[in-house]
Design a protein around this ligand. Structure first.
Ligand code: TRP
Length: 350
């Protein structure tokens, strides 16, 4: 069976979005629109797997859901040509998760490193939802039978699990898939991760060995997507560097995490390779490069912040985008769910 090439990806509505989310995910989402049918989901059901204070309770969740949606639109995602919605509006995500819970094995989930990190020392007290998080993620993707999934490096293991679940479902129900006429034993595609771009890992501006993070105590460690031009300029000027001039070749960035990070950010924002950026700035002092970086960051990011501000002031419009996207998502999901119920042997129509 040939699958339509379809992209699905999700972003959690927890706290502020920053340059790491933008370069690691959203920029790729924008690019994929030219070549694929895309579905971009604000995964509010994933957000509630952590304790309420992490996602800010009901008001924080609703605010963050609108903020991620605004960031998608401000960055250039077209919600008319593609689909933008929040996960909880389409009940198929939860329904398919249950079926996949019965396909996935406890042993598979026990190997997930992100659960171990997020649960921390007090694993007994983690939510069952946090443990099941990767199964919900597999359901997100396979509910639309998506074939390509742009994600950060840290989601690779979850994508492998989604492939394992798709394959085991296709195997376990192979005869039924053939009998019900849903293909020659291949009902779910095995989704491919797409980990691309020179800055899939954006590091802290204060410490080039740590990931840029919304939970870092210092706001100077990150550029928030809502920062205005002055704030962006100030943060880039204060970013940590080392006393050496910039190298002329990429291998000169080894063991210089701060220089590597800033060159990576410049490359990603200007759509060039790091090698190319170093051909221009190599041998020069950091100050000259930083001036250029300030200019580039402000030029690329300040308009997004401005547009996000405008959209945040109009929640009715943002909500209408999510309702319209959910209607279109539900239509695709309904087909997958009806076929899946037939394949499993759940009788009746819904
Ligand atoms: N777990 C992903 C992250 O934290 C978010 C996510 C949820 C996702 N469902 C998805 C990403 C489906 C890709 C596809 O980044």
């Amino acid at each position: 069976m040939a699958f339509v090439e379809r992209v699905f990806s999700g972003v959690q509505p927890t706290g502020n979005l920053h340059l790491g989310n933008y370069l690691g995910a959203i920029v790729n989402f924008v690019k994929m629109q030219e070549t694929h049918n895309c579905i971009y989901c604000v995964v509010d059901m994933h957000a509630i797997t952590m304790p309420t204070d992490v996602w800010g309770g009901p008001e924080g969740l609703a605010r963050a859901t609108r903020e991620v949606t605004a960031a998608f639109i401000a960055a250039g995602i077209d919600p008319k040509k593609h689909i933008v919605f929040n996960q909880s509006q389409v009940s198929g995500h939860a329904e398919l998760t249950w079926i996949f819970n019965c396909v996935a094995r406890v042993g598979w989930l026990n190997r997930m490193t992100q659960f171990k990190e997020k649960a921390g020392k007090d694993r007994e007290n983690a939510s069952v939802g946090l443990y099941d998080y990767p199964v919900l993620m597999a359901a997100d993707i396979l509910l639309y039978r998506a074939t390509h999934v742009p994600v950060g490096e840290d989601q690779k293991q979850h994508l492998e699990l989604a492939r394992d679940i798709a394959q085991k479902f296709n195997n376990d129900f192979g005869d039924s898939i053939r009998k019900t006429g849903f293909g020659d034993g291949l009902f779910f595609p095995l989704p491919e991760p797409m980990i691309t771009g020179p800055a899939t890992r954006v590091m802290s501006l204060r410490d080039g060995t740590k990931k840029m993070s919304k939970s870092d105590a210092s706001d100077y460690s990150r550029i928030n997507l809502t920062d205005d031009a002055d704030t962006i300029a100030q943060k880039v000027r204060k970013a940590k560097t080392d006393p050496e001039p910039l190298p002329s070749e990429e291998k000169g960035l080894e063991a210089r995490p701060e220089a590597d990070n800033l060159v990576g950010i410049y490359a990603a924002l200007s759509n060039r390779s790091k090698a190319d950026v170093l051909r221009e700035f190599g041998g020069g002092q950091f100050s000259g490069f930083k001036n250029a970086l300030v200019e580039l960051c402000v030029a690329k990011l300040a308009p997004i912040a401005g547009e996000m501000k405008r959209l945040t002031a109009d929640p009715a419009y943002v909500d209408s985008v999510l309702v319209d996207g959910a209607d279109r998502a539900r239509a695709i999901a309904a087909e997958t769910m009806q076929a899946t119920r037939d394949i499993v042997g759940f009788i009746g129509k819904r």
